[in-house]
Design a protein. Structure first.
Length: 132
């Protein structure tokens, strides 16, 4: 199993319409086309949708190293509301060792404006992605 096949099994990300655009060792880029069902009562993108986009992108970047990796901590700061169009997330590995790694995930809109930043830490298991 490769990283694309693994991420295709993420039913929640699929339900929301999150698409994987790029993946390389320790990095990933995703997007989501905003629809009415992604909006909250204030008619802006629900924070949970933005967090899920960032979390999925973290998962892709972390698992791209070839070992099953799971989040042990994640926090997000929201800077600007998402409204319509497309949101993009890019995860970049900030530091790593054999078991732990940290990532910074920026969520931007179609104009490149920063919507949110998520910081995530993952635990890397011994099992390979291909061994699932």
């Amino acid at each position: 199993m490769n990283i694309q096949e693994l991420m295709d099994n993420d039913k929640f990300a699929s339900l929301l319409g999150i698409e994987l655009l790029e993946v390389a060792d320790g990095t990933a880029k995703t997007k989501i086309e905003i629809k009415d069902e992604h909006l909250n009562a204030l008619h802006i993108v629900h924070g949970g949708v933005i967090f899920t986009l960032a979390d999925f992108t973290l998962a892709v970047a972390a698992n791209s190293r070839g070992y099953i990796s799971v989040a042990v901590n994640a926090n997000i700061s929201y800077f600007k509301p998402g409204k319509t169009g497309t949101l993009y997330a890019r995860a970049i590995e900030v530091s790593k060792n054999n078991r732990l790694a940290t990532y910074s995930i920026n969520v931007t809109n179609s104009e490149g404006e920063l919507i949110a930043n998520c910081q995530g830490m993952i635990y890397r298991k011994k099992e390979s992605v291909g061994g699932m």
